[in-house]
Write a protein that binds this ligand. Sequence first.
Ligand code: NOJ
Length: 745
Amino acid sequence: MKKQPFILLLTIVFLLLSCNQKAKISKDEMIEKKIDSLLVLMTLEEKIGQMQQLSISRHFNDTVYDLVRQGKIGSFLNARNLAMRNELQRIALEESRLRIPLIFGRDVIHGYKTIFPIPLGQAASWNPVLVEKASAIAAKEASSDGIDWTFAPMLDIARDPRWGRIAESPGEDPFLASMLARAMVRGFQGEDLTDPSTIAACGKHFVGYGAAEGGKDYNTTLIPEAELRNIYLPSFKAFVEEGGQTIMSAFNDLNGIPTSGNEFTLRQILRNEWRFDGFVVSDWESVAEMIPHGYCKDEAEAAQKAILAGVDMEMVSQTMQDHLPSLIQNGTISESFINLAVKNILRVKFRLGLFEKPYADSLENVILTEDNLKTAREIATESCVLLKNEDNVLPIKSSVKRIAVIGPLADAPLDQLGTWAFDGRPENSVTPLKAFQEMSEGKKIIYSPGLKTSRDKDMEGIKQAVAAARQSDIVLLFLGEEAILSGEAHSRAFLNLPGAQEQLVEALTKTGKPLVGIILAGRPLVLSKIEDKLSAILYAWHPGTMAGPAIHDLVFGKVVPSGKLPVSFPRAEGQIPVYYNHKNTGRPPREEQRNITPGDPMNPVGFSANYLDLDYLPRYPFGYGLSYTSFDYSNILLSADTIGFKDTLDIEILIKNTGAYDAQEIVQLYIRDIYASITQPVKELKGFKKIMISAGDSLNVNFGLTVNDLSFYDNEGSFLAEPGRFELFVGKNSRETIKASFYLK
Ligand code: NOJ
């Protein structure tokens, strides 16, 4: 009964706002008015309640329901199921004083029940249209289980394959990552956030988390401001520009200030410069972790630093809930900070339509539909990268009748889903073995795993695998890493194939049969020990639910491989970090210094930025990937030799499909600013197009460059272009390009 006057007042205010003013004010203005009218009714405790997110997995017991009743919770992550979600929501709406709906979040990272390739694999498709489609399917499936908000996309630039979370990342390049960020926002959020099949996106982890020293998760990051702005921030900026609703602060200490208490990144950049008006959630306990970081003396100080920096909602730890009341009472912080945070949270809840439609309905024909699986298969085929194809061993010729399917990942339904596939179920996976058994008409499939798991060191099964290979015309070898070897806190110091996989390959070479390596992994692996023994290598990442059919399509040539690497592959761990958009140094190595044999340490090769004992170039460069056909690049044409600051430089290049297959090619445009007030990368991706060209056909591909593409952030944080000479490269990867140049005046 006590609640009645408030509810009445609220209802009247909302009704007035919705009816009378609809015509006069915009949707956004109306939301702001609703927020203001709600905020004045809220007690300090209720405001702070909105700022708390708890995890059902961590906190669940009956007191949770009471906290909701008391208005002390704004959000949950990991509600167990739709019924629990709706019951918690019911309590918020019927039993709490102000009836503010809860928002339910979950890690829907690369699919919900239909699992798509890991994000690094999706990045290898260089296909934002497909990535958007996959995200839209994930949103639809997840929302039908009551999920309002996903903690994706992960937008951390990653240059270190030791870091397990590279699997979740868009790779090493800011331009490609920005395109994917936009695609994922469009996919998850759709055109209308109130549409029940869309969910709010969360750009994470803000920021620099991928630069963890030594590739160890959660580790220190030191990133100069220019590099932060030029490399690590663009994907987040694109996310905000595209309308992404939430941002997650990270675990890392950035230049001495943990990112969940970092005023420079959260307030100065995100709010003041980019005008982000959604809300910031801290990563799991990252506010409290500012104590072990050595940045806060106790939880009160952690709460204070987080709110002052711009964290709006605290995930799991409860420093704000416990300490903000006294910090306000004793005048340490002003309530205006809390008001700002609560407004940001309510804004997103209003935008999502949670006040109007707080409950989720279980929908039929949404999960794992034929269409969803078709998209999963399509994006999985486009994610695979053909690294090697000696004597065109792939696609498999019709003369091949007996195929040996070998390796620990041929029939690993859980592992093919990859990391962060929370809701993916192995029973829905179509494994390569299953696909080859069911789809290879007229072929005999001989299966022998050789090893039980990727880490298995027991060599017993290898003999049988060799016997299976001997009975075949070709061996498909499914190697790589189990899902658990990448992802959060799963960094590796050695990047070769784990377990006895190298021995398995070695034993199989003795059969003399052509060996096709199909690698399922969450990161770039160092393949140097087995590469020469394999006739072909198809890098499939963790391809998701439809791994089997996708790989089958590629191996039999129903689909021509078109993926390209979103990250450089090292030759050895000692090369890391190795990335294409590095600086030149004053003593760059030269082509003739490649493949040097270990030399006399007193007589290094040419006093350059080189190794004594290893080639300086990565094994496979960024942007690399073969096809069953070949493409010839020629006739590069620039619209001018010199452009002004307001002009666009038009670039045209002729691409000919010189092989026998209709196929897609990813045409890449790079620039280099030859000299500037701060040194510039040797190459920077500024455009790409994925195009289909029929065998024998040619196509003109066009790009445009404006001054914006030629600009960079300097050490003072200014974004500027400087006049002078630029080089421009168009090519099939970051290394094989045709070069031209022009001036900016
Ligand atoms: C910690 C991870 O770093 C983050 O990416 C994830 O979204 C949260 N846990 C919630 O599960």
